[in-house]
Design a protein around this ligand. Sequence first.
Ligand SMILES: Nc1nc2c(c(=O)[nH]1)N[C@H]1C(S)=C(S)[C@@H](COP(=O)(O)O)O[C@H]1N2
Ligand SMILES: [Mo]
Length: 174
Amino acid sequence: MSRVSTQHRTPLPAAAPFLLRGEVARPVSLTVTDLRERWAAHRADVVFHCTTDGPRHHTFEGALLRDVIADASPDFDARRRKDRTRYLLAVTGGDGHHTVLSWAEVDADFGDIPILLATSMDGRDLDAEGSQLVVPSDHCGARYVSAITSVWLGAYAGPPLPPVPAADLPVPPR
Ligand SMILES: Nc1nc2c(c(=O)[nH]1)N[C@H]1C(S)=C(S)[C@@H](COP(=O)(O)O)O[C@H]1N2
Ligand SMILES: [Mo]
């Protein structure tokens, strides 16, 4: 019996898990292997443009960001659309590059965008680098955050109250 000889390369060590935290009932740390094993795989053929390098075409596979977040049980009232629209997501990469999204972008009742937490790019597994955010509807690559270390979800509290005009402030006793 012959077997295809496989070169035994030492596998690269997996990247540290990223943290999914914020206003969720079940914060969790997840590796790329976890993303692959725990959620349905989705594929995205994308083109994005970079101001420095021009257009890039890639094929990604990964878990839907909304599925992963839903399993962490966000603190919003899932039955109330207006409540859900107050929530933001911040995604941070290993080099500190970070970007924000709104929950409504991935919510099926609003943007319904199939944003992925990628497990592979162009057929190459991302276990060693860490997951990458894939935003198929974006024209620019800036939100394709790579080597993800953190995903945060939380409600925007609203703008600060307008400052009280100085003339209306009470005069302190002398
Ligand atoms: N962690 C991290 N991810 C990042 C960036 C970055 O600086 N850091 N740059 C973004 C930008 S501007 C682009 S265009 C895409 C493509 O970057 P690449 O050409 O280095 O793959 O990655 C995005 N993801
Ligand atoms: Mo870019």
